[in-house]
Every structure is written in C-alpha cells, then in structure tokens.
Design a protein around this ligand. Structure first.
Ligand SMILES: Cc1cc2nc3c(=O)[nH]c(=O)nc-3n(C[C@H](O)[C@H](O)[C@H](O)COP(=O)(O)O)c2cc1C
Length: 216
C-alpha cells in the first residue's frame, strides 16, 4: 500500500497540448462544447461520450457515476437510464446536477452545471427503439441500483424476458428513458505547463452568457 501511495504521489505530467483564450472561442458556450466534442472525436478520444454525472440527494448527500451522453443540441444534453435508480431518485428530489467530461488525450476538462428534466416519451421511445435487442432486454431485466441476491437472479430475469419477447417488438419499459439537461454554467479547462492551466467559465445571465477567466 505504501508503495502504491508513493507511486501515485510521484505521478506528474506537464500538460502541453494546447492553450485556451477568450479571443479564440465563441461567446456561446454550447458552440464551444460542440467544437471541443468535434475535436475530441477527431483526436479519437477514448469513450468520448462518457461523462460524470453528480446528483445530490434529498438530504444533501452527493453521489456520482459515469454515463453516456447520447445527444446534444444548443444548450441541451440527453442521456438514458432507469427511472427508479439511485440517480433518478436524487433527481426527483433535486433537479440540480453537474456534468463533467475529461478528455486526457487533449488535456481537457469540461464542467457544466444546470437543471435536469425527464425527456419526452417520444424521445425515449425513439432512442429505445434503436438500441440493440440485448440492451432492450437488459432495460427490462435490471432493477438498477437495487440490491439483488446474486448474479443468477439477474440472469434469470434476462432469460424470462428473452422468452417473453421472442419474435416480438420490445416496447420501452415505463421505468426506463431519457433525461434532458439544460446547462446554466460551463467551465472549459485546458491543461497547461506547471499547473498554470487555462480555465474559462460561462454563467447564464438572462439570455446572455457572462464569460470569466478563473485562476487555475
Ligand atoms: C463508461 C460507462 C458508461 C455508462 N453509461 C451508462 C448510461 O448511459 N446509463 C446508465 O444508466 N448507466 C450507465 N453506466 C452505469 C452507471 O455508471 C451506474 O452504475 C448506473 O447508472 C447506476 O447508477 P446509480 O445507482 O447512481 O443510479 C455507465 C458506466 C460506465 C463505466
């Protein structure tokens, strides 16, 4: 253990891949997000669509997990999950959440904060319908975030649902669907040498966005 700690305490990397300045980015943060996403895809960032979602429970306790972003346009971001999961319970009590992307290949981080709502049924149906059959069966079979006695129980649910839906169209379960997140705050972070990183934030101010530079 002490060897491990010694190892991780000495890991150090200087970030040299880019710079970020107010003058060369859009004044609209979701336009910057789109550009960074394009650049990340171009750079073949691993799991580029993965982000960290933080939620806060009714009693003020935070929790986090990685999810996949499935769509975005303008200031709206979609992901899909189980509506009875821990995150869903948090969201039903407190719609304020944060998103964090980390793209190490580009030495970039994006933070967003805002408010989340359940996506339309049409949106959820449309996405569910293009998922692979195994994922559709999985959505029916997994009581996400609940304690289950063992793996066999999950496998048995999958088997039952596979039989139930054999040669049939699989409808979206009521307990599964999308969320749409609307950002009120963004921070774009570009790693720089000697920990003197660039950080540019955008805060929603009525219809406009207030831009600021933050110390690293
Ligand atoms: C790379 C990656 C992508 C994931 N994508 C999703 C996703 O899109 N939807 C989802 O419900 N869970 C996804 N998960 C699983 C979640 O991290 C989490 O275990 C699950 O949603 C239950 O979270 P909760 O108990 O906090 O509600 C993903 C996990 C990883 C590591």
């Amino acid at each position: 253990m002490s060897q491990l700690n010694e190892h991780i305490s000495q890991l150090r990397e200087d970030f040299m891949k880019g710079t970020l300045s107010e003058s060369d980015i859009s004044t609209i943060p979701f336009v910057v997000f789109e550009k960074w996403m394009q650049e990340a895809i171009h750079a073949k960032v691993n799991e580029v669509q993965a982000f960290h979602l933080s939620t806060v429970s009714k009693d003020g306790k935070p929790s986090g997990r990685i999810l996949y972003l499935r769509e975005f346009f303008d200031n709206h971001y979609y992901f899909y999950t189980n509506y009875e999961s821990r995150k869903a319970i948090d969201i039903s009590n407190n719609p304020f959440v944060s998103f964090t992307f980390f793209w190490p290949e580009l030495e970039r981080q994006i933070r967003m904060e805002g408010i989340i709502a359940i996506a339309s049924k049409e949106k959820s149906d449309a996405y569910f319908n293009v998922r692979p059959t195994e994922s559709q069966i999985g959505a029916w079979s997994s009581p996400q975030s609940k304690v289950i006695e063992n793996r066999n129980i999950l496998d048995a649910y999958v088997k039952d649902n596979t039989n139930k839906f054999e040669n049939k169209d699989i409808p979206r379960p009521e307990h599964w669907g999308g969320y749409v997140f609307t950002a009120q705050y963004y921070e774009f972070w570009q790693g720089r040498k000697s920990r003197l990183h660039d950080r540019i934030s955008f805060t929603k101010n009525g219809d406009a966005w207030k831009i600021a530079r933050l110390a690293p």
